[in-house]
Design a protein around this ligand. Structure first.
Ligand code: SAM
Length: 247
């Protein structure tokens, strides 16, 4: 059944008015017709089963048949702090980790980042919205403006109470961190758990030292060197398995 995410719901007499880009998306991309069923995700307003009752040149009207609960959010808030990656690798990481349930994505400029700035923020936010819609989530992860590595522990420290830094050279096994993370995540629902992934060239010793000093657990995913995008997707999957809703 087609689904659409509407950050702002225009609701009158049990009818939802959909206009602009979203209306075009329904008619030209999803090729919706009058009488079709449509699921509308309205963020805090909730989720609605509807039937399309009118299709105009600039507006689609959806008649609400049922409001339903659709909280597919995991019990732990996960913040992915991903070092900026070149090309379409960031797109992939944002799409897959959104499907996997991350709550916020922090693109990070690290010492070895080959990419130091980007004009892709609105594209990444679109990818997060589309991946949320496709996965049935009613919440779109926040994709922040890129930040310098150090500000994870200052400006953005309020986002999390505990965290992991993925380091291929040495670190604890993820399974050894579960108790510490569970203790931290009991309070994490409010603030979350940060998972930090490096750039193509990896982290420097100073970055690892700073993260350790700030209380992050330095974790290895085994001896094989994974590409950064693989490390991000597998780390979030494992955290969801150990602490979240994928176990
Ligand atoms: N510096 C490395 C090198 O020798 O080319 C590789 C960096 S790796 C491609 C990119 C990032 O993925 C790392 O910074 C780390 O965060 C993560 N990563 C890759 N393999 C990992 C592993 N086995 N354990 C933990 N993290 C890993």
């Amino acid at each position: 059944m087609p689904r659409i995410y509407l950050p702002v719901l225009r609701f009158a007499n049990n009818r939802i008015s959909i206009t602009g880009e979203k209306a075009r998306y329904l008619t030209s991309v999803l090729r919706c017709r009058k009488g079709d069923d449509l699921i509308v995700f309205g963020g805090a307003a909730g989720c609605f089963r509807t039937i399309i009752s009118e299709i105009g040149r600039h507006e689609v009207i959806a008649e609400v048949t049922e409001k339903f609960l659709c909280n597919l959010e995991p019990p732990v808030r996960i913040i992915l702090a991903q070092a900026l990656l070149k090309g379409e690798k960031m797109d992939l990481v944002i799409q897959k980790t959104t499907e996997l349930g991350v709550t916020e994505i922090l693109p990070v400029v690290t010492l070895r980042s080959q990419l130091r700035e980007t004009r892709k923020l609105s594209r990444w936010r679109k990818i997060a919205e589309e991946a949320s819609r496709q996965s049935g989530r009613n919440v779109i992860p926040v994709v922040h403006e890129p930040v310098q590595f150090g500000s994870i522990f200052s400006v953005h420290a309020s986002l999390f109470t505990a965290g992991l830094m993925l380091y291929e050279e040495n670190g604890m096994r993820l399974s050894e961190t579960v108790e510490a993370l569970k203790r931290a995540s009991n309070t994490a629902t409010k603030r979350g758990l940060v998972v930090v992934i490096g750039p193509e060239g990896g982290f420097t010793g100073e970055e690892i030292a700073l993260a350790r000093e700030k209380g992050l657990l330095i974790v290895s995913l085994g001896q094989r060197i994974l590409r950064a995008e693989t490390a991000a997707i597998s780390a979030i999957t494992l955290v969801q398995f150990l602490l979240g809703d994928m176990g």
